[in-house]
Design a protein around this ligand. Sequence first.
Ligand code: TXA
Ligand code: MG
Length: 315
Amino acid sequence: MAAIGKDIDQAAAILQMGGLVAIPTETVYGLAANAFDSEAVVKIFATKNRPAFDPLITHVANSDQLAPLVSYMPAVARQLMQAYWPGPLTLVLPKTHLMNDLVTSGLPTAAFRQPRHPLLQQLLSIVDFPLVAPSANPFGYVSPTTPQHVEAQLGDKIDYILDGGPCQIGVESTIVGFEGEQPVVLRLGGLPVEDIEKVAGKVMVKPHSTSRPQAPGMLESHYAPQSCRVIVGELPPLIKKYKHDRIGILSFSRKYADYPNFVLSERGDLNEAASRLFSALRWFDRQQLAYLLAEPVPDTGLGRAINDRLRRAAT
Ligand code: TXA
Ligand code: MG
């Protein structure tokens, strides 16, 4: 089993030697390697069982580290960085030859973010390379938001889990790409679209199932518990329909005492709901259910990312 601890010098030493370390971020835990070490990058894909056509996000310490990796920066990308970095915003930008093709699955662009978690910022400041890090879960499963989630699934495959406590935001970063100068949201996530629009004006939202749309639709079904089917909709009619099966109820703020029930936020707070969502999906996976009935949350702020993850869990 991987050691869990707060020792950033040990984490740095493992990364320098080409090993893998699970790292805390403000969104979800990542599985990190030296972005410039091809063998270590290959190990990430193997450890997660991730297809090579699904590119990785590169985590940078600051914009100085970013500059040589990017060949063109739209003005609005710079404004978004100034407003929201460090934070849960990933920018997809044209890359230079310094970016490894294994990281980007051969695409001409690469995805970058400067994370906000203090322990990870310290780690990035002592290693002299950026860190590639996908979410630290087997491919297709729910992202981890605690060190224990990582240990349960990848503990026997990685060297060290850096313990930064539970993730504050709880859903992955918002990914923004550019069509010319025009920003496009490619994945709903921890930075609300409303915040992006404050800086960039109205943006298009085109959530992609994969950066290679011709790949066999595999990435649509994601974030899914393995032991039950997820059905999203209004709860009272769903409960009526499925009440003779073993059902669990994922509700936003109301309690459903007659069934295994996880309430995302009793006070109806979307930020709290986001931070608890993936723990809830993991909890239901242990309840031996036939169906998990989940209601959509209000579709604003982080609610949009929550609804996106529920929809994908149900695919
Ligand atoms: O919050 C997060 O973003 C977390 C933490 C660890 O930083 N990371 C994360 O990584 O969610 P991952 O690998 O689970 O998701 C990254 C997504 C991929 O689905 C990929 O399609 C997209 O980023 N991506 C990466 N490079 C891209 C590119 N050049 N163009 C379009 N999409 C890209
Ligand atoms: Mg992931």
